[in-house]
Design a protein around this ligand. Structure first.
Ligand SMILES: Cc1cc2nc3c(=O)[nH]c(=O)nc-3n(C[C@H](O)[C@H](O)[C@H](O)COP(=O)(O)OP(=O)(O)OC[C@H]3O[C@@H](n4cnc5c(N)ncnc54)[C@H](O)[C@@H]3O)c2cc1C
Ligand SMILES: *[C@@H]1O[C@H](CO)[C@@H](O)[C@H](O)[C@H]1NC(C)=O
Ligand SMILES: *[C@@H]1O[C@H](CO)[C@@H](O)[C@H](O)[C@H]1NC(C)=O
Ligand SMILES: *[C@@H]1O[C@H](CO)[C@@H](O)[C@H](O)[C@H]1NC(C)=O
Ligand SMILES: *[C@@H]1O[C@H](CO)[C@@H](O)[C@H](O)[C@H]1NC(C)=O
Ligand SMILES: *[C@@H]1O[C@H](CO)[C@@H](O)[C@H](O)[C@H]1NC(C)=O
Ligand SMILES: *[C@@H]1O[C@H](CO)[C@@H](O)[C@H](O)[C@H]1NC(C)=O
Length: 501
């Protein structure tokens, strides 16, 4: 759009991808045969392109994530998945794995040619007899799970938006309303049921296959197809204080300052959390708002005081105020329908001046470049990961995301433009890459950089597995070598964030 050099960056990136596509082309020819083989075993669980239900079954949260698999396979049990994986490996058929289907970019959860494994039929939820964990199928979506478990007097960390799935959100770490209390969602998984590349169905936990157990805590789809997650739960009234408040853009300075203070103070208030969402619909002030997603999940203090949140609650005027005592299932969560979305993420060390700096850079970049895209909604968000979150991770055995030695309070910034027309896809990608470079340059220059890239918010041009650091990446590659020596989840499952082997 604005600058030719931008186009060049994108083309170079795409060339790598095209090489991989070529490599897979011969394998793609086998797909019809794999579809037939799996249909022979499970006649009612395979959907072809000619079937009436194909379009709906192949739908994704965003249009731009949708590809065209030769067929879609809907497993009902781990055994179904095992049978399928054995067939795919024997015939070298590429496949994709989809749980909630919320990754917004093409290739992570869908596939051209190939077979799309779709977990929508495996969305079971069951509380263990001793009420210590809930067993979840990967295809469950979080709002439905809150609904299922409403009234049980149990709570657990899960997604904050209704349609996101158990599988992807959890394997990417997972940020919940309870992150300050119990760490990432993945930190609370006590057992994974997984289908390995050779078709074995394993239970993987702290005592059995502990290396693979650790690798799954942030390792995404690199090791197998996870068919069940046992997630720790705790007694909780399921009532929380919080909700959505919207304030005008002219209070930005106060919002950023108070947010930064909340992040610094959060070790004393681990149950209080705020995510800031800036929403810029065009450049006119009327289309510009700040959404404050607030929560205090301490169910013994519903009526307050909510000291850590109070400065944000005090902001005036409010365009909307839906903050109060609510339940996990009733927490406001309307997500408008979207067409095209890209997420890009960076992480930096909290300080009021750095939050201001990142914010100003983002606004300048919007005005200089993004604002030229028609029908653009420029959305970006700040989410805290203070030091006490990583301490909670460690208490639970740790994860592989490379945050364990961090002594700083971190903030994740998520850039999430929404647009309408595919003609602008390349521009958006290039501009988002530019933004990322600007943020890294700036945060590094003031000593506030962090390499961490949150899988769940990362763009296809990012490399979250490498962002975990050399020793963690080495560890992940070793685990892959051990459990998937044929590199099935690196080559035959081309989608998502890979290990670079
Ligand atoms: C509206 C919205 C709200 C969000 N809110 C949050 C939030 O509160 N917290 C947060 O952490 N993230 C959030 N995200 C990001 C979200 O976690 C990611 O988009 C995540 O990928 C969603 O999981 P999914 O199962 O829906 O995704 P999918 O796209 O289905 O899967 C994501 C990746 O995981 C792999 N995968 C999925 N299931 C399996 C499996 N069973 N075995 C092996 N690999 C598998 C897929 O192959 C894919 O690469 C949000 C996203 C959106 C769009
Ligand atoms: C499972 O799927 C059924 C049918 O689509 C749906 O009614 C139910 O709410 C889902 N449950 C979960 C936990 O996602
Ligand atoms: C959740 O359960 C409570 C009672 O425990 C009930 O009042 C409420 O209506 C339920 N909400 C939903 C959405 O089912
Ligand atoms: C760990 O896996 C083994 C089987 O491999 C199983 O017997 C055990 O119950 C599992 N532990 C947990 C906590 O699920
Ligand atoms: C900020 O904008 C709102 C309307 O969006 C207006 O009511 C308020 O007076 C403005 N405040 C200041 C300080 O300009
Ligand atoms: C953005 O603004 C335009 C025009 O002002 C409006 O038609 C559109 O609905 C708005 N979009 C969103 C997502 O608010
Ligand atoms: C953090 O992880 C690294 C790499 O895996 C490891 O070397 C280090 O000992 C861990 N630190 C803590 C405090 O667990």
């Amino acid at each position: 759009m604005k600058s030719l050099s931008i186009f060049h960056c994108v083309s170079l990136g795409l060339m790598g991808v095209l090489g991989l596509v070529k490599e897979l082309r011969s394998a793609t020819e086998n797909s019809a045969s794999c579809c037939a083989a799996i249909e022979a075993e499970y006649p009612n669980q395979v959907i072809y392109q000619v079937d009436e239900t194909y379009e709906e079954a192949n739908a994704r949260w965003t249009q731009n994530a949708q590809l065209a698999p030769t067929c879609i396979f809907l497993p009902e049990t781990a055994h179904d998945v095992s049978t399928a994986v054995k067939i795919f490996v024997a015939q070298a058929c590429p496949f994709s794995i989809k749980s909630g289907g919320h990754t917004p970019w093409a290739g992570a959860n869908d596939i051209d040619g190939g077979i799309a494994i779709d977990f929508s039929k495996m969305n079971d939820t069951a509380v263990s007899d001793d009420r210590s964990y809930v067993r979840l199928g990967p295809g469950g979506t979080w709002h439905n799970i809150y609904k299922q478990l409403n009234g049980t007097g149990l709570a657990f960390p899960g997604g904050r938006c209704p349609g996101t799935g158990v599988g992807g959100l959890t394997l990417g770490g997972g940020y919940s309303w309870f992150t300050g209390r119990v760490g990432f969602v993945a930190d609370n998984i006590i057992n994974y049921e997984i289908v390995l590349a050779n078709g074995d169905i394993r239970n993987v936990n702290a005592t059995d296959d502990a290396d693979l157990y650790l690798a799954l805590k942030g390792g995404s789809n690199n090791f197998g197809v996870v068919t069940h997650f046992d997630l720790s739960v705790f007694e909780h009234r399921q009532l929380i204080y919080g909700g959505l408040a919207i304030v005008p853009i002219n209070v930005t300075d106060a919002v950023l300052e108070r947010f930064s203070e909340l992040v610094s103070a959060s070790k004393d208030f681990p149950e209080s959390d705020a995510t800031l969402e800036f929403f810029l619909n065009g450049t006119n002030a009327a289309g510009q708002q700040i959404l404050l997603w607030l929560s205090d999940t301490d169910d013994t203090n519903l009526n307050g005081p909510h000291e850590a949140l109070q400065p944000l609650l005090d902001l005036e005027p409010k365009i909307l105020d839906r903050v109060g005592v609510t339940t996990l299932v009733d927490y406001p969560h309307d997500v408008p329908p979207v067409t095209r979305v890209l997420m890009t993420t960076a992480t930096f060390v909290n300080a009021p001046s750095v939050v201001q700096g990142v914010h100003q850079l983002t606004l300048d970049h919007f005005e200089k470049s993004f604002s030229g895209i028609p029908n653009l909604v420029f959305d970006f968000q700040y989410t805290p990961i203070p030091r006490h979150v990583t301490e909670q991770s460690l208490v639970r055995g740790g994860n592989i995301m490379g945050l364990n030695d961090t002594t700083d309070d971190l903030i994740i910034v998520l850039l999430m433009p929404l647009w309408q027309d595919a003609a602008y896809d390349d521009d958006i990608y290039a501009l988002s890459q530019d933004w990322l470079r600007l943020i890294h340059d700036y945060t590094n220059s003031v000593g506030a950089g962090s390499p961490f890239e949150f899988v769940n918010y990362a763009a296809p041009f990012q490399d979250p597995m490498a962002s975990y650091g050399d020793s963690n990446l080495e560890f992940l590659r070793g685990v892959s070598e051990k459990y998937d020596p044929g590199r099935v989840f690196q080559k035959l499952v081309p989608g998502g964030f890979k290990l670079g082997i």
